[in-house]
Ligand binder design. Structure first.
Ligand SMILES: Cc1cc2nc3c(=O)[nH]c(=O)nc-3n(C[C@H](O)[C@H](O)[C@H](O)COP(=O)(O)O)c2cc1C
Length: 201
């Protein structure tokens, strides 16, 4: 893989698969750094406990193109944690409306539980304002009598709830559909190999 220059613009029109893959990971990196990036928020799809798909948005927190890692943070009490405990199979969906780029990442999620070394390391740089959601009671998904019937007083609970989710990307499906440029490519890193191919959109 070509080393990614973090300042280069993504080259979605390239005819080179390695350049395209570098653009993909560079865009994910921009999503972690830049609040206005289209790659800041990603849809995470899991398999619900009833076998039905469940999808929701999370914020992209860290990525590593070399190892194929994508990280997000969540609350240990949320439904997705229970689902990922049963099955780590996930699909991440990115969409950039400006460049008309869709990127699907299929992978396996590893949960780093509250209080674990990895979760503590991820939590350390997060300021108080970013921790409020982990202080909120009752638990996500609980029925409440009114929208503001929430208690955010228990600061000590943050460490007991903050969960790091690390997705190990196994395959990436890139699609760009614009007039004059329609291209789709797949990258597969299973079996320790990085196979890449152009495919029909
Ligand atoms: C813009 C946006 C960003 C969000 N970021 C996160 C996030 O980083 N982590 C998270 O757990 N939930 C995040 N959420 C909330 C989730 O989409 C979801 O509603 C919540 O986590 C409960 O999901 P679950 O019941 O499927 O576990 C975000 C929602 C929005 C709209």
């Amino acid at each position: 893989m070509t080393p990614a220059n973090p300042d280069a613009e993504p080259d979605w029109d390239t005819d080179r698969l390695d350049v395209l893959l570098a653009s993909i990971w560079r865009s994910f990196e921009a999503g972690c750094r830049n609040r206005t990036s289209a790659f800041r928020n990603v849809v995470v799809a899991t398999t619900g406990t009833d076998g039905r798909p469940n999808a929701r948005i999370v914020v992209l927190r860290a990525v590593d193109g070399e190892t194929g890692l994508i990280e997000f943070h969540t609350d240990a009490r949320s439904a997705k944690v229970g689902e990922l405990t049963r099955s780590g199979a996930v699909e991440l969906l990115f969409w950039d409306p400006v460049s008309s780029v869709q990127i699907r990442v299929s992978g396996l999620a590893t949960l780093h539980e509250p209080g674990s070394e990895e979760a503590a390391r991820a939590l350390a740089p997060i300021p108080d304002a970013g921790r409020v959601k982990y202080r909120t009671d009752p638990a996500p998904g609980t029925v409440i009598a009114a929208p503001d019937m929430l208690d955010q007083a228990d600061a000590g609970s943050v460490v007991e709830r903050f969960t790091l989710v690390r997705v190990h990307a196994q395959a990436i499906d890139f699609l760009r559909l614009v007039d004059g440029s329609q291209r789709r490519a797949v990258f597969d890193r299973r079996a320790g190999l990085m196979a890449a191919a152009w495919i029909s959109p």
